[in-house]
Design a binder for this molecule. Structure first.
Ligand SMILES: CC(C)(COP(=O)(O)OP(=O)(O)OC[C@H]1O[C@@H](n2cnc3c(N)ncnc32)[C@H](O)[C@@H]1OP(=O)(O)O)[C@@H](O)C(=O)NCCC(=O)NCCS
Length: 188
């Protein structure tokens, strides 16, 4: 089946969260959350290192809408179900439709960390990938220093499959190490 024709849900629910795809106008609240979390995000996300601008974030939201329907990326915005506030982003940031392998990616408002929200969101995305996308494998790439992200991977059942020393240089010239995690989806 052409992935464009797959009935991929534009929203997902978890006990505490509503996940939905982005649209024009979402940039403003995402910009506020990203700016408030800038020091955490800059450590591990290239787009945040470049500086967070409202226009760039709004353009990202609009572009992501298109990428969802062309099935190149499947990213969701996360909202608390109790008070409706935006808390972060979670989804599939790289797709290999031939092999049905999907890489997850995410960031959370710093104020919302420590409650298991990202683990909960990722679980919903992985379940969707397994059932609707017929995923054969879920992958995650993270900096070896990103202990919290590696903990999410492990909590979700992904195992560390590869370590790549001297992956990229930081601004100060020191090297980062990249870790790759993977989860083989049963029966495929
Ligand atoms: C990576 C990131 C999402 C991790 O956030 P997080 O809050 O640690 O992750 P979760 O929301 O899954 O919460 C897990 C924490 O909540 C705790 N927790 C509380 N209730 C929980 C529950 N019901 N289920 C799971 N964990 C729970 C866990 O013990 C853990 O806390 P600990 O680290 O003190 O042990 C966040 O730090 C972030 O956005 N960083 C910047 C961007 C980034 O690095 N993105 C990933 C790039 S690969």
């Amino acid at each position: 089946v052409d992935p464009v024709l797959l009935p991929i849900p534009t929203s997902l629910q978890t006990p505490r969260l509503l996940l939905r795809i982005s649209d024009a106008g979402d940039g403003e609240f995402m910009y506020s959350a990203a700016t408030a979390s800038a020091s955490e995000l800059r450590r591990f996300l290239d787009w945040a290192k470049a500086g967070i601008l409202l226009a760039t974030v709004e353009a990202y939201c609009r572009r992501q809408h298109g990428l969802f329907y062309t099935r190149k990326q499947l990213n969701y915005l996360m909202f608390r179900r109790d008070h409706g506030q935006f808390v972060g982003c979670c989804g599939i940031v790289r797709t290999d439709w031939d092999l049905r392998q999907f890489e997850i990616g995410y960031w959370l408002s710093t104020a919302e960390t420590g409650q298991g929200l990202m683990t909960e969101a990722c679980q919903a995305v992985i379940e969707m990938a397994s059932s609707v996308l017929e995923a054969t494998k879920i992958t995650l790439r993270c900096d070896a220093e990103n202990i919290k992200s590696a903990a999410i991977a492990r909590r979700l059942g992904l195992s560390r499959e590869a370590v790549h020393p001297n992956w990229r240089r930081r601004e100060d010239g020191t090297w980062t190490t990249l870790e790759e995690y993977g989860l083989i989806c049963s029966g495929r």
